[in-house]
Ligand binder design. Structure first.
Ligand code: PBG
Length: 330
């Protein structure tokens, strides 16, 4: 009788032993929870393609924030749906814009909860693009102008910091946005406000449900002249590198599930804290399958989070954050 020389199963023989040799874990400190705020009053409206995720008007935020804080979640990612939109997205940098008002309110209600402000123009522009649009005679089509957009993004970031945002998270993918925003924040006296850059953001179909939620679908064209081609990983490193050089404090890869190799590559190349964004369609797909009884939501979600951490993510932005925090307590 010959016996196997190596028995990998030995270390799997009991839950205690498995716990002892586990290599990766998820903690509530890893989680950032996105919240959508909207103008108006008495609104708590479920986003149809994202069951369990709501638009809140400011008067109804209190219990939601209390729940997030009680679960031990440290940070929320704030998105605003404004009352008015125009070509230059001026409600994004209005001191009384929805995100600014919400930030002040959140700081009153939960001063210790970190506000991460998504810094972009697409929810605030009538054309739905992330910057200023001009008609390019040469190409015969509209395009998003880089440097003119930067000015508006800087104004947006500064007004978010003035309203109480703790972390600025620019998601617009213009060239030079980290440097421009860093300068703007420093000049305004916010040299200690960190930038969590959406460094590597792909032009992805996985943002579909979010665009329903944020009313930010581009009215013409797509985002492919500024967001990245999903096929490219060397370019992902160049994007991350420029953000590091420009002064980013944290890097992000978005989406997460189909981009675990990108998370790993960025982790291996740079030492900044790395954030994975588990985006809207990644959430909706799990919800839809779970509703049909095809998968077990809790175990699928926890396995997915472990996957992000194992790939190299330090932090995870996820619409499941409250559920995960609850499950981790059980
Ligand atoms: C704004 C922004 C988007 C998301 C986060 N910030 C949409 C987009 O780029 O079209 C998507 C988040 C998600 O799908 O959960 N630019």
């Amino acid at each position: 009788m010959s016996f196997p020389h190596v028995r990998n199963r030995r270390l799997r023989s009991s839950q205690a032993l498995r716990n002892l040799v586990r290599e990766t874990s998820v903690s509530v400190n890893d989680l950032i929870y996105p919240i959508f705020v909207t103008h108006g009053t008495n609104i708590k409206e479920e986003i149809p393609s994202m069951p369990g995720v709501y638009h809140y008007s400011l008067d109804l935020l209190e219990s939601e924030l209390a729940e997030v804080a009680a679960l031990g979640i440290q940070a929320i990612l704030l998105f605003g749906v404004p009352e008015t939109k125009d070509a230059k997205g001026s409600s994004a940098y209005d001191p009384n814009g929805i995100v600014q008002k919400a930030s002040r309110k959140i700081k009153e209600l939960q001063p210790n909860l970190l506000i991460v402000a998504d810094t972009c123009l697409c929810q605030f522009t009538d054309h739905g693009h992330c910057g200023v649009v001009h008609y390019d005679e040469h190409k015969g089509c509209a395009d998003v102008v880089n440097d003119a957009s930067l000015e508006l993004l800087v104004k947006t970031a500064v007004s978010q910091a003035e309203a109480g945002a703790d972390i600025i998270a620019p998601s617009n993918m213009m060239d030079g946005f980290v440097y421009a925003i860093r300068q703007g924040l420093d000049e305004a006296g916010f040299e200690n406000v960190p930038i969590m850059s959406y460094s590597v953001k792909f032009a992805s179909s996985f943002y579909g449900p979010f665009r329903d939620a944020a009313h930010s679908t581009p009215q013409f064209g797509d985002r492919k002249t500024y967001q990245m081609d999903p096929a490219n990983i060397r370019e992902a490193i160049r994007e991350a590198e420029s953000d590091v050089v420009e002064g980013a404090d944290m890097l992000m890869v978005k989406p997460a599930l189909a981009y675990l190799d990108v998370i790993r590559a960025v982790k291996e190349n740079f030492d900044l804290p790395l954030v994975a964004y588990n985006v809207s369609a990644e959430y909706s797909m799990v919800k839809a399958a779970a509703e049909r009884g095809w998968i077990d939501e809790k175990t699928v979600v926890l396995e997915t989070m472990i996957g992000f951490k194992r790939a190299g993510a330090d932090l995870i932005i996820t619409y499941f954050a409250k559920d995960i925090a609850r499950w981790l307590k059980d």
